[in-house]
Design a protein around this ligand. Structure first.
Ligand SMILES: [Zn+2]
Ligand SMILES: [Zn+2]
Length: 149
């Protein structure tokens, strides 16, 4: 079974992820733009038990549009946000795709919050589901429960 390792920029914090992710998504919401520092964010999710986080981290919480608490784990040394969990989607951990530093990482199958998308951004692929309605983003292609990307 494939194991991929995501790390923060300084490398002391890592997330070892076993098996294929259950969801890879691109999110254009403003919070994800702020989190990633980019015009959109991509994240991959695995069941919690398939993600082993090693190293020091701090946590920061916010309430997502869905009303659920989102908890972000970030490196206190270099500041990278490596992983996060959302109450509305219990049992899965989201890991920032960029933290894998792997251009061959599976691409997103969901592109959500497209009403916040920068005009010059386009997520390609025949199998990509696009959504602009946050209410749809909360439920589309999800495991039971809801959340925000
Ligand atoms: Zn770091
Ligand atoms: Zn988002």
């Amino acid at each position: 079974m494939v194991t991929r390792v995501a790390t923060c920029r300084c490398g002391q914090l890592s997330a070892s992820c076993e098996g294929e992710p259950v969801r890879v998504s691109a999110c254009h919401c403003l919070e994800c733009q702020k989190r990633s520092g980019s015009a959109f964010a991509t994240q991959a999710r695995w069941p919690d038990e398939q993600v082993v986080i090693s190293g020091q981290f701090k946590q920061w919480e916010r309430i997502a549009d869905s009303g659920h608490r989102a908890t972000y784990k970030f490196c206190p040394v270099c500041g990278s946000t490596l992983a996060y969990v959302i109450e509305g989607w219990p049992g899965v951990t989201a890991v920032a795709v960029g933290a894998f530093a792997d251009p061959n990482f599976p691409g997103p199958k969901f592109s959500v919050y497209e009403h916040r998308k920068h005009d010059w951004v386009e997520i390609h692929g025949d199998e990509v589901e696009h959504s602009s309605d946050p209410a749809i983003a909360f439920t589309q292609g999800r495991l039971p429960g809801a959340g925000s990307d």
